[in-house]
Design a protein around this ligand. Structure first.
Ligand SMILES: [Zn+2]
Ligand SMILES: [Zn+2]
Length: 161
């Protein structure tokens, strides 16, 4: 029998969960916090703090990058978003369901995908040496469609010279 993977929650479920988590932890629900959370929750880009800041400034002209930073870390402490580490900038993920990532080596595009096959992967025994494996997160790295188109145009131009 095929197991079905839990898909990403809709924005309504996410907002309900957000409000409940704030209340549970005694954190005040402010318009600012809601806008910042919504930005990450709705985004498919796995944005870093600067991108979130740029996006929310349209709705929150008075907000500072520092506030956005602090809010994002607070949301991650409340288990409402995840931080993904990253080479130079920490990126945040609003999808809390188990999923995997495709990452473009050129432009950093990051997209979620679900796979029953990957979901059923057994955690290698050697992991036991360090602890108990609970989830498997697979990153597929490559070149996205947009970047491969760009490089094709470039090499075409070169060959015409
Ligand atoms: Zn790309
Ligand atoms: Zn993700």
């Amino acid at each position: 029998m095929q197991s079905t993977l839990p898909k990403q929650d809709g924005i309504k479920e996410k907002m309900d969960h957000f409000k409940a988590a704030l209340k549970l932890n005694g954190v005040k629900l402010t318009h600012q916090r809601m806008i910042i959370f919504k930005e990450v929750a709705e985004s498919e880009d796995h944005p870093n703090a600067e991108s979130v800041y740029k996006a929310v400034r349209k709705k929150l002209p008075m907000v500072s990058l520092d506030t956005v930073y602090r809010t994002l870390w607070m949301l991650q402490d409340l288990d409402l978003i995840k931080n993904l580490g990253g080479k130079d900038r920490v990126r945040f993920d609003g999808n809390m369901k188990p999923h995997h990532h495709f990452i473009c080596n050129e432009c950093g595009l990051m997209r979620d995908f679900f796979s029953n096959e990957f979901h059923q992967i057994e955690i290698p025994k050697e992991v036991k040496n360090w602890g108990n494996g609970e989830t498997v997160h697979i990153e597929i790295k490559g070149i996205c469609i947009a970047c491969s188109k760009k490089s094709r145009v470039k090499s075409k131009k070169k060959s015409q010279l």
